[in-house]
Design a protein around this ligand. Structure first.
Ligand code: HEM
Length: 446
């Protein structure tokens, strides 16, 4: 029997790139409707990518038994301006695995639990700057909280002039690529021209240099200190060595710190802004969360982590708009058959998280926010997978869920908020993320 042909998006490359940049959700929904759950598209980069989202295909592709797919660092070059050429995201092979191992401990287990009280404290401190009756943008609040937390986890401190400066610079830098139109700067290398400090790319590079200077100064100062007692990621990375006994260079340290600041801050802030939106647009859900939170032990913030309904709310938030729509690109290394479709070696693949999460066969009425679905059935690692899979699976996934639950618990137990949106909030591209358009307008009641 002849294998069926995999469909190709039937539009010129430039049109695909522009429409996916301006309205990613619509582009993906249309492709799914027209071509189904496996198709070739040219919506980013120079290559053609195979978009896959069927759980059965994902299981075959990510299987460690068949080893049909790799996660080459070179395929992530488009992230280089944001993260630097030494970032873990751009490495592969042994160096990639080793860097992951060095960064992991503070983001898991005991290392992570130690941050529980600080997460609650930093949340209280940040929200206290809002007056009762004052309106605010949900995403701005959650960004401020997650930025303080990631600075504390990564550098071990969150106070002082240097960190205020870094916080301000990072926000300004990320805002430069925050709208669908300005995101083009990152997505189209042809626009990356430095024509002085007034040109968009010139401004982008100059802001980045200021951030680099601060990080390198911090590294230089830390070299003078005794790192033995410190448990933050910077100190751990500075103390660790590769198998050949060499430590990470300053530039490797700098790029990986920036990677963690980038990857660990806006992603979680976006998910939290969505969670606030969904809970306040469905008061019954919010009430159920608050009732459950009251059963936990407030003196032990980690007790919030185990609550089943709060967990389901976080899962449903990450399902419906997963924040990160795709995993990093992958490459097929040996021919593979996906439900009858023959895929050749060397094909580039973009596994799409968003499309899996919108499948009606897995999630009936998929556009509806209904946390109960996660209490009614268990989803496999390829049916619900907001953090990707395989060798590049999100390094911060456990930490992100821990952080989300503790921040939401602290906000809801201590305050009352009101939604100030008059229409349903829709997603909009923010850099590489699927963020709530307008950031979710809210008001602090008390
Ligand atoms: C709700 C929040 C978050 C979401 C939805 C998210 C999602 C993702 C996704 C989809 C990937 C790509 C996985 C793949 O290609 O298979 C990824 C990778 C990554 N994430 Fe996250 N992430 C979040 C929070 C965090 C946090 C808090 C950190 C660190 C503090 C972090 C650090 C990373 C790193 C370093 C990678 C690259 C791993 C590698 O290349 O080996 N993320 N994340």
């Amino acid at each position: 029997m002849v294998a069926p042909t995999i469909p190709r998006v039937n539009e010129p490359k430039l049109i695909q790139q522009i429409s996916s940049t301006l309205d990613f959700k619509r582009f993906l929904d249309n492709c799914f409707k027209q071509y189904g759950d496996i198709y070739f598209s040219k919506s980013f980069g120079n290559s053609e990518f195979l978009t896959v989202s069927h759980p059965e295909d994902l299981k075959v592709l990510f299987s460690s038994t068949y080893k049909v797919m790799e996660a080459p660092g070179a395929a992530n070059r488009m992230f280089e301006p944001q993260l630097g050429e030494n970032s873990v995201i751009i490495q592969d092979g042994e160096r990639h695995q080793k860097q992951r191992k060095l960064m992991m401990p503070p983001l898991h287990g005991e290392g992570m639990l130690a941050y529980g009280e600080q997460i609650c404290e930093l949340t209280k401190q940040t929200v206290s700057a809002i007056e009762p009756g004052q309106s605010f943008v949900g995403r701005h609040l959650t960004e401020e909280i997650t930025m303080k937390i990631i600075l504390r986890v990564v550098f071990g401190i969150d106070e002082g002039q240097r960190f205020d400066e870094l916080k301000t610079l990072m926000s300004a830098w990320q805002n430069m690529t925050g709208s669908p139109l300005s995101a083009m700067l990152l997505l189209f290398p042809a626009l990356q021209k430095d024509w002085g400090s007034w040109s968009p790319w010139g401004k982008y590079l100059r802001l980045r240099q200021k951030i680099y200077d601060i990080i390198l100064l911090e590294i230089a100062e830390r070299r003078e200190q005794n790192l033995g007692k410190r448990s933050d990621i910077l100190s751990l990375m500075m103390s660790a060595t590769y198998d050949d006994g060499q430590p990470m260079t300053d530039l490797e340290l700098r790029d990986n710190l920036l990677t963690l600041l980038n990857a660990g801050h806006e992603t979680t802030a976006t998910a939290l802004a969505w969670a606030l939106y969904w809970m306040h647009s469905q008061p019954k859900v919010k009430q159920k969360v608050i009732t459950e939170l009251k059963t936990a032990d407030p003196s032990d913030p980690t007790s919030f982590y185990q609550l089943p309904y709060l967990t389901a709310v976080c899962q449903e938030t990450l399902r419906i708009y997963p924040g990160v729509m795709f995993t990093f690109p992958r490459q097929i290394v040996k021919p593979v058959n996906l439900r009858g479709y023959q895929v050749a070696a060397d094909t580039y693949v973009t596994p799409c998280i968003y499309l899996t999460h919108r499948r009606e066969d897995l999630y009936p009425n998929a556009t509806e926010f209904r946390p109960e679905r996660f209490l009614e059935r268990k989803y496999s690692a390829y049916e619900f997978w907001p953090f990707g899979a395989g060798s590049r699976q999100c390094l911060g996934q456990v930490f992100a869920l821990f952080e989300m639950k503790l921040i939401l618990a602290t906000l809801l137990l201590n305050h009352q908020f009101q939604l100030e949106e008059t229409k349903p909030v829709v997603p909009a591209r923010r850099g590489f993320l699927m963020s709530p358009k307008g950031g979710v307008k809210m008001r602090l009641v008390v």
